[in-house]
Design a protein around this ligand. Structure first.
Ligand SMILES: [Zn+2]
Length: 237
């Protein structure tokens, strides 16, 4: 088990929905922004299908606002939404082109993704959107560096990130010590107040503590008291 590299200055976190980053990765983001790094968020949807009983036209803007507030808590000011349909994201060339264009625009050295395997644990299915976004985004890291795959993207010029790190619930090869930033991660997730209130009758503070405790549990073979585990992929620039 190794430390995730930290000899970089700019990262782009790519996920499907508002709140995905706050289920674990935000603790690592808080550590990185605390080191003076530039971390940006890219969300493929606005999460408009995420609140039972609230129409998408109302839920989308609310969830975008909650995401911007959650980002600000961990030192992230650049938050972009691509506007793909929540719940119906397809891992197709159109999504890869949007993601490749965004990677070129933000020029990250590190791209951070959420878990996109079929399950979270035996019997617990991962969402279709998470699977689609992770797969397309990992491919888009390569696409962004190739001038011929999407030749219609003429500006900005090709850009190849050095790494992609995928936050995984098990089987991590690298980890980030987040012992000092668990509190920031809790405060960040708590910004999704309306979403969490609709999700469960449990008090928001209790939900937040449970989620962050689970997603920053110690990682096997890693010294940090609290950690977030990743699989790391390397790209040749
Ligand atoms: Zn999600």
């Amino acid at each position: 088990m190794q430390h995730l590299p930290e000899d970089w200055q700019r990262a782009l976190v790519i996920v499907a929905h508002p709140d995905d980053i706050e289920y674990g990765v935000a603790a690592a983001v808080a550590r990185w922004t605390g080191q003076g790094k530039d971390v940006r968020y890219l969300l493929v949807t606005s999460g408009e299908a995420g609140i039972a009983g609230m129409p998408p036209a109302e839920a989308g803007p609310l969830r975008e606002a909650e995401e911007r507030a959650a980002a600000a808590v961990v030192g992230v000011s650049e938050v972009q939404f691509l506007g793909h349909p929540d719940g119906r994201i397809e891992a197709n060339p159109a999504l890869r082109r949007d993601l490749a264009a965004a990677i070129r625009r933000h020029r990250p050295e590190l791209v951070v993704l959420g878990h996109f395997g079929p399950t979270w644990a035996p019997g617990i299915v991962n969402s279709a959107d998470h699977r689609a976004v992770g797969r397309a985004a990992l491919d888009a890291v390569s696409d962004a560096g190739n001038e011929w795959i999407f030749p219609e993207i003429t500006e900005p010029p090709p850009w190849t990130a050095r790494w992609a790190a995928v936050a995984v619930p098990a089987g991590a090869t690298h980890a980030v010590d987040v012992t000092a930033t668990v509190g920031a991660a809790e405060a960040s997730l708590a910004e999704h107040r309306r979403y969490l209130e609709a999700l469960s009758p449990e008090p928001v503070a209790d939900q937040v503590r449970a989620v962050v405790t689970m997603t920053t549990a110690p990682v096997d073979g890693f010294a940090g008291e609290r950690a977030v585990g990743f699989e790391l992929y390397t790209f040749a620039g």
